[in-house]
Design a protein around this ligand. Structure first.
Ligand SMILES: Nc1ncnc2c1ncn2[C@@H]1O[C@H](COP(=O)(O)OP(=O)(O)OP(=O)(O)O)[C@@H](O)[C@H]1O
Length: 554
């Protein structure tokens, strides 16, 4: 058979997929289905506050369910029972021979009802249902505004199929809660709402209503004849289950509702546990999340699993597989000192590596780990002693960029006053070599400019921290500071350099997330990063480039 014959056959099949009723305006006195209207109006009442002031769109495939929902909205709006008339959005996936024809059909039907309607074109990567859905939401979200609401015509039969599909895939309490009637969804910085007011109504009720109104709906042949799991469940399994229990659809939908409640409870607990176990919970960037293993292990095992599930899935749209959670749990339970194991998770938005260092568990994004391998910009600043004393100049913030690419940027921020106060602290608390003391005194007596050198920690460079009795170098030093392996090439030393002798006085050791004051004897080298931050206004931060742009524009 030639390909043109094939196309003809497809066209014939797809054209006949439109229910053979003429497109006509729905009469003002046409019947309204009470059960469908009640479900919609009950949902409107339930979400009244959230709906207030928002623009409402209706995702209309032209299929029986979404066309029926559009028709009901129109009838109720005209009768004054519905406070809004949604605008229709139809997405043309261009996947079937008749896709253009269907788009035109929806537009014509909307025009006959004088309902606003927008036809959007989607580019689908792949041929499965999931790819089409993803492309559809993408174009619809791009079209609507922040906080707008998108009405969907999913019903109880769709819900039952969804729950059964997820059960077959081994989903947990979240997946088995099915689709939610009201779901805030974010894409990038934008947030939209998916609203499904018909999750409690049966497909048969919609069919009866659509026939009563003589709605010319499109019957997409792939819905029932497709070889995907959903079509099989709809065609073969659900009718069989109904022979055992006529209420099976409602019952599964009710189970989903009960599980949604259970999921809300579990998530609240996991969010609290996540706060409790987080290391510095207020400043955990999504590219490096850190959890305290000792605190994790103080909880019962089922809460540890729920917490890991929650902790891993933060910032992501899809949850991790159970196997990963088991593997991560096993990693936290290891008692040997080998911390080389890495677990990779290919999540929906990012790839992550999960690692352990001592009693901390890390979830690190690959892009961040790659960024950590980039070289550090070594820099030298000349500070005039004048700027240490002049009231205006000593408060002027210096911003030093140590490493940056198109994803992340590491910056130091301090003022000349920070340096002055650190030097004063050194003079007062340390037994400095005499020549360096003289240099600092010279600076203070306004006689000398000086250099501030910001350079990567040298392999052999020995430094005295508060955590050791003598100066240390290399691995010893990083171990003393409890510095995970992947951060060890991201250490810089800030030193004051004498312009007379070129001698260096190391003031601070800085990592992307921490900083330590250095010294010559143990007693004085104990200033922690929090004190440096609050008392000395010294900050080391890694931000995403989009955060930097946002902060710059504020
Ligand atoms: N091409 C599309 N354009 C706009 N919205 C769509 C489109 N396809 C699906 N939707 C929306 O998503 C919901 C669920 O999608 P699903 O694939 O189950 O719909 P369908 O069976 O093709 O159509 P319907 O639910 O209208 O009978 C629809 O009820 C509709 O609100």
């Amino acid at each position: 058979m030639s390909s043109s014959n094939n196309d003809d056959n497809n066209n014939a099949k797809n054209s006949s997929a439109i229910r053979q009723y003429p497109i006509q305006s729905i009469a003002a006195d046409s019947l309204i289905d009470q059960s469908l209207a009640e479900a919609l109006l009950a949902s409107v009442a339930h979400y009244r506050d959230q709906l207030h002031g928002r623009r409402i769109w209706l995702a209309c495939s032209g299929g029986r369910d979404s066309l029926a929902l559009a028709a009901l909205c129109l009838q109720l709006y005209r009768r004054g029972d519905l406070p809004f008339l949604p605008q229709l959005l139809h997405v043309n996936h261009g996947l079937q021979a008749d896709s253009d024809h269907w788009a035109q059909h929806v537009a014509q039907w909307a025009q006959a009802q004088q309902m606003p309607c927008h036809i959007l074109r989607a580019t689908v990567n792949g041929h499965d249902e999931q790819a089409a859905r993803q492309a559809r939401y993408q174009v619809m979200f791009a079209h609507i505004n922040q906080d707008d609401v998108l009405l969907l015509a999913h019903h109880a039969d769709d819900q039952a199929e969804t729950v059964l599909m997820r059960l077959m895939q081994g989903a947990g309490v979240n997946g088995l809660s099915g689709m939610q009637p009201w779901r805030e969804q974010s894409q990038g910085a934008r947030c939209h709402v998916l609203w499904r007011p018909w999750l409690t109504v049966r497909r048969t009720a919609i069919t009866t209503y659509a026939e009563q109104l003589k709605l010319p709906y499109i019957n997409d042949p792939t819905n029932d004849d497709g070889d995907n799991v959903r079509s099989g469940l709809r065609r073969d399994i659900m009718p069989l289950l109904a022979t055992y229990n006529a209420n099976v659809v409602h019952n599964i939908a009710r189970s989903a509702q009960l599980l949604a409640d259970a999921h809300a409870t579990v998530s609240t607990q996991a969010a609290q546990d996540s706060q409790y176990t987080a290391i510095s919970p207020l400043c955990q960037p999504p590219f490096q999340r850190v959890l305290d293993i000792d605190k994790l292990q103080s909880m019962p095992l089922h809460r540890q699993r729920q917490l890991l599930h929650y902790w891993l899935a933060q910032d992501e749209s899809l949850p991790p597989a159970k196997q990963l959670i088991d593997d991560v749990l096993a990693l936290t339970q290891r008692t040997d000192a080998n911390h080389q194991t890495t677990l990779d998770w290919y999540a929906s938005k990012q790839i992550y590596t999960i690692r352990r260092y001592r009693q901390h568990l890390y979830r690190l994004s690959h892009s961040f780990l790659q960024w950590l391998t980039l070289p550090i910009n070594e820099q030298t600043l000349t500070l005039s002693s004048h700027c240490l004393f002049d009231n205006a100049s000593k408060k002027k913030t210096e911003t030093i960029t140590l490493r940056s690419n198109d994803s992340f940027c590491w910056q130091l921020q301090f003022t000349p006053d920070t340096i002055k106060r650190l030097l004063t602290y050194l003079l007062e608390h340390q037994s400095l070599p005499p020549n360096l003391s003289v240099d600092i005194i010279n600076i203070f007596e306004n006689e000398a400019d000086f250099l501030l050198k910001i350079a990567p920690l040298g392999r052999q460079q020995r430094l005295q921290t508060a955590f050791a009795t003598r100066p240390q170098a290399g691995k010893k030093l990083t171990q003393t500071l409890a510095m995970p392996v992947w951060l060890r090439d991201s250490l810089v030393v800030i030193s004051v350099v004498s312009t007379h002798t070129n001698e260096e006085l190391p003031l601070l050791l800085v990592s992307p997330f921490d900083s330590w004051m250095l010294g010559f004897d143990k007693s004085a080298a104990g200033i922690t990063s929090t004190i440096l931050d609050s008392d000395f206004s010294f900050r080391t931060t890694v931000r995403t480039i989009s955060q930097c742009h946002q902060d710059d524009s504020n």
